[in-house]
Write a protein that binds this ligand. Structure first.
Ligand code: URP
Ligand code: ZN
Ligand code: ZN
Length: 467
């Protein structure tokens, strides 16, 4: 089927041009100067709208078993919500639990996702136990399974934690096979001491989750990861969910030295704070318990993160979508903040929340598209199939209304959560038509047309950014 998206402004990292986009089947056939495209039966009028590549969320956790429960979005509910928000590809984290065979963890993740997704999906692999077998498995995942990035944890001792020796070995392996190490950079051993001391003092409220994970322990771990990567012959390193100014400074310094170091931040760190959300009265703050934690509004974190996005010291905005309901899930930590499952849901709202940055003059239109779509595709081996509006690319397209408004609420969102981290936010811009591989998933009236199971697993190549 052919489809013409007519009259809009096509936005890409290198500029914005008025153009008509012709879709033939699952791919983009051509991009025409306005009015030069042939007549076709199906036309989407994009007059006054932006036409952007379908967004890519490079950090989600559907159905992740974590903190004594499981993330509340399945691949079905989570990818449906993603589509409503203009995200047409997710990269989720398959898990090798400590003691498990890596390939078995991967197979279990395929089983969860296959036949359930509304949008395309890929996997990173969490290596929960670095040993000879898992290092060998990294090679076969890169070569045979289309998985070219591996997450390690400097936090969560006893769960996913790797020590420095294990990290170094995994980095050396990644340097060898061309893959990327993604790092959860917090000093988990030191954090556990602070947590035990806080609990011993009777400090049990959610805000203490943030207070026991100070900026210094994110900055220290980030620097340590960077130095370990340098010992591993400059292994490509990607810091996930970066929230603190001093961690950002460490990344910026490494990048200034020409190192293979990259980082992402997430909307929660750009908008939400330790005082206003995590510090909400009573147990309410549990809704915003995530790691790394929300930072203080009295420090410069949020302004520094926006700045980092402008300067490309932060390359990507992902959500770290890891939703838990308040009832029965977040409530596991009543009376003990350390038992609150860590995670915030937001897969539906990233495109809009970042567009608010454009409306506020904090980000250019081009950088908006780059940080939510083009760079994730390049960083994680999906480019030029995804992340760009160009002939031959998958026809993953969002028609975005800059004059629309979006009101975020649990009453209207599609994620499987009983609350919203952004309840009541009224923001600029609105996702209109959402197209994935040539199929309209969401039309301009907000009606959903997606089919469960149509989302395909994406075998990814190596990152385009490596030196
Ligand atoms: O709080 C978070 N970030 N939960 C998800 C797991 C992780 O560390 O990314
Ligand atoms: Zn993490
Ligand atoms: Zn995560």
């Amino acid at each position: 089927m052919t489809l013409l998206i007519k009259g809009g402004t096509v936005i890409g990292p290198s500029g914005s041009i008025p153009a008509d986009v012709l879709v033939d089947g699952e791919t983009i056939a051509a991009v025409f100067a306005p009015g030069r495209a042939p007549d076709v039966a199906q036309v989407i009028d994009a007059t006054g709208k932006y036409v952007i590549p379908g967004a890519i969320d490079a950090h989600t956790h559907m159905q992740l078993p974590f903190g004594g429960t499981s993330a509340s979005d399945t691949f079905e509910t989570g990818t449906r919500a993603a589509a409503f928000g203009g995200t047409t590809t997710i990269i989720d984290f398959a898990v090798q639990k400590t003691g498990e065979v890596v390939q078995d963890g991967l197979a279990a993740w395929h089983e969860k996702a296959a036949g359930n997704c509304f949008v395309d999906y890929g996997f990173h692999m969490i290596i929960g136990g670095v040993d000879d077998a898992s290092l060998k498995a990294m090679d076969s995942l890169v070569r045979e399974e289309g998985i070219s990035s591996f997450k390690l944890f400097m936090a969560y001792p006893g769960v996913f934690y790797s020590d420095d020796g294990q990290i170094l070995r995994a980095m050396q392996k990644a340097r060898e096979n061309g893959s990327m190490i993604m790092m959860h950079a917090e000093n988990g051993l030191a954090i556990d001491v602070l947590v035990q001391q806080a609990l011993a003092r009777g400090e049990t409220d959610p805000v203490h989750h943030g207070l026991t994970r100070p900026e210094a322990l994110e900055a220290e771990a980030t620097s340590r990861a960077i130095w370990l990567a340098s010992v591993a012959a400059d292994c490509p390193l990607y810091i996930v969910h970066l929230s603190a100014s001093k961690a950002l400074a460490a990344v910026a310094e490494a990048r200034d030295r020409g190192r293979n170091v990259f980082a992402e931040t997430c909307p929660q760190y750009l908008y939400l704070t330790l005082e206003d959300q995590l510090g909400a009265p009573g147990f309410e703050g549990a809704k915003w318990v995530c790691s790394t934690p929300l930072r203080s509004k009295h420090e410069s974190h949020r302004a520094d993160l926006w700045q980092g996005l402008r300067t490309n010291d932060l390359s990507i905005v992902s959500t770290d979508h890891c939703p838990f309901c308040f009832k029965d899930q977040k409530e596991l930590g009543l009376g003990d903040f350390s038992k609150i499952p860590n995670g915030i849901g937001g897969v539906e709202h990233r495109v809009d929340l970042l567009y608010q940055g454009v409306a506020d003059g904090k980000l250019s239109l081009e950088r908006w598209v780059e940080t939510i779509a083009t760079t994730p595709a390049r960083m994680f081996g999906l480019y030029p199939r995804k992340g760009v509006i160009a002939p031959g690319a998958d026809a993953d397209i969002v028609v975005y209304d800059p004059n629309g408004r979006t009101r975020i609420s649990v009453q209207t969102h599609h994620m499987n959560m009983d609350h919203s981290a952004y309840e009541g936010y009224e923001i600029a811009g609105k996702v209109g038509t959402v197209i994935s591989r040539g199929e309209v998933l969401v039309d301009d009236a907000g009606e959903f047309h997606g089919r469960k199971g149509r989302g395909k697993f994406l075998q990814r190549g190596l990152s385009s950014y490596l030196i």
